[in-house]
Design a protein around this ligand. Sequence first.
Ligand code: NDP
Length: 421
Amino acid sequence: MKKGRLLIIGCGGVATAAISKCCQNSDVFKEILIASRTKSKCDALAEKLQPGTKTVLTTAQVDADKAEEVTALIRAYEPDAVLNLALPYQDLTVMDACLATGTDYIDTANYEPEDTDNPAWRAVYEARCKHLGFSAYFDYSWQWAYRKAFADAGILGVLGSGFDPGVTSVFTAYAQKHYFDEIHTIDILDCNGGDHGYPFATNFNPEINLREVSAPGSYWENGAWVEVPPMSIKREYDFPEVGVKDMYLLHHEEIESLAKNIPGVRRIRFFMTFGQSYLTHMKCLENVGMLSTAPVEFQGQQIVPIQFLKALLPDPASLGPRTVGKTNIGCIFTGVKDGKEKTVYIYNVCDHQECYREIGTQAISYTTGVPAMIGAMMVLTGAWSGRGVYNLEEFDPDPFMDALNRCGLPWVVSEAPETVE
Ligand code: NDP
């Protein structure tokens, strides 16, 4: 019997949005322990939210790089599940703690090792790339390896419950269930039409964002990966409620799981919009070595360039008040139903300022935090259950889609959309 008690790890932009939305659903989330590296941030958030919610909020300090610290925290608090909203670097240690304590696990981003420019790691990385068929260093194999252990322990791991991956995976399962006999192509389009007024800033953790965007692009076609240089495939798309934007093909983690889980799919691509200013800054930072994760010695101190850059850039959590415009994220599917070819576009539009007025964050934190909350809600209410480790497209999409409409991310189905060349 679930108690409605959740441990949330991390207290950054995404966690702030997820916790704010949990507090609007106190019937499901009766008690939450917010635990992160910097406890003062957890205290400040709890203090802000507690007067307006029945959810009982408590806080703790934890270093989630240490599985034993997370294990001790879980043993003391005895939550029904752990929602991991720290960084992808902590996924495996938090999963280890869930295994040790028999606790369900939910996250929003797949594992990636932290120090990928370390020479010792390069050899492992190159061997993995050959095996996987793409060279981005974030991939699901690390976490899928926990499937049997989670099943044997009788616990559930829900991987990637953000927007992309997450909602895009649920949109795919929904299209498969209600609109197609067979899906042939999937184009995932992530458009941020928002403007924060800075020449350069990232909308979520800069380190994770810049590593993702500067990796080689890749897509899935006819049973194999096709890899291309970073930002080398560009398309233009007229996004509903946002307008025409340039978008670029990226490697993205849901391609990996959808290729495995959607039978008959022939091609899966992921595109994200970027303005010229973002691309120029990123190229320049990369060229001068600021995106490196390898420590350099400077005046007697070891400095990791990308961590130093993070300290210089605006904190994504501070962009809320100044970001205006909308996001549009969704998937275009082609395939067949009852012998006829068809195309369906499922998307959500989210307004940065409306998010800010509701919970004090910009739309990127909101569009990730709401699905993270819904993923935890699916587990705590038993709407989704199972033993093992699963991606979102492997569950029944209907309760999640209903919750999106109720919880601030309504979606649209268009059956005559513009397609991407
Ligand atoms: P932030 O950098 O804003 O927040 C990260 C939080 O994790 C901070 O509170 C940080 O603590 C904490 N943290 C970092 N390391 C540790 C540690 N060792 N132990 C405990 N806590 C730690 O990131 P975001 O909120 O922007 O992103 C959170 C996650 O969401 C990331 O994994 C990101 O990849 C994912 N994401 C997923 C998306 C999706 O659609 N699926 C989209 C956007 C993001 P401190 O305050 O001390 O730094």
